[in-house]
Design a protein around this ligand. Structure first.
Ligand SMILES: [Zn+2]
Length: 243
């Protein structure tokens, strides 16, 4: 089974992710955006260039908009110019794109294809295989599970179990036992074991270093990567999913 990871937005903390991946002999695709997001420190161009040596850099637009809400020529510009930006910074071809917020439609997908990308990643989760290279799904996000304790107060009061509720039916359908739904790490492990058992093509872990820091998830992430490394997997960047 292929094991791939991807990390969105290009936060400065992605360097910590890269170090963690390298320590476990794994690789990542970093979908970097040149415009700062959420007031966070972003990767410097020299950092992106250094990351591109051991990992892969994908494009993620220039300003992180909802692409389906833009006029066609504006969406086209965001897509094309982010490819040019990534190629200028890394000195390498940039073949993969990631839709901000997973927001896409047929028109956006066509723009991405026409810009010369070989594929694009979505945020569709709990998936282990792909049929359309311009709708590459993911398996699991590194995000609080089953509760989201630190979030906006309204969300916390209204739906603290949102992360579980949103996925519960699909997790049961995938045969994940209730006992595995008690923490992010146990869920990740159960999903991985189920994929392995069923000989699925890949496991695709993704996330945002900003959220891992905010929700204090470095330990469970490291524990999962250590577990994965003890399994028989082929560590690859996202590009390998479309070859
Ligand atoms: Zn993003």
């Amino acid at each position: 089974m292929l094991f791939t990871t991807s990390w969105d937005d290009g936060y400065a903390l992605d360097l910590r992710i890269a170090e963690l991946l390298e320590r476990h002999g794994l690789a990542g695709t970093f979908y970097a955006c040149p415009t700062p997001q959420h007031g966070e420190g972003m990767l410097a161009e020299k950092d992106i260039r250094a990351l591109a040596v051991r990992h892969e850099i994908g494009a993620h637009t220039l300003t992180h908009p909802h692409l389906t809400k833009l006029a066609t020529h504006e969406a086209d510009r965001e897509i094309r110019e982010s490819k040019e930006w990534a190629e200028r910074v890394t000195g390498k071809p940039c073949t993969l794109f990631c839709y901000p917020y997973g927001d896409r439609n047929d028109e956006v997908q066509t723009l991405v294809r026409n810009a010369g990308f070989a594929g694009a990643r979505t945020t569709e989760d709990l998936r282990f295989d792909a049929s359309d290279p311009f709708a590459l799904p993911v398996t699991l996000q590194v995000t609080p599970f089953p509760y989201r304790r630190r979030f906006s107060p309204a969300w916390k009061i209204l739906d603290p179990l949102g992360p579980l509720r949103f996925r519960f039916a699909r997790l049961r359908k995938a045969g994940i036992p209730l006992t595995a739904m008690t923490s992010w790490f146990t869920l990740a492990k159960a999903l991985f074991e189920s994929a392995k058992e069923q000989d699925k093509p890949f496991f695709h872990l993704y996330g945002h270093s900003r959220e891992i820091e905010r929700y204090n998830m470095w330990k469970p992430l490291e524990a999962f990567l250590t577990f994965v490394r003890e399994q028989d997997v082929a560590p690859v960047t996202n590009s390998a999913l479309i070859q």
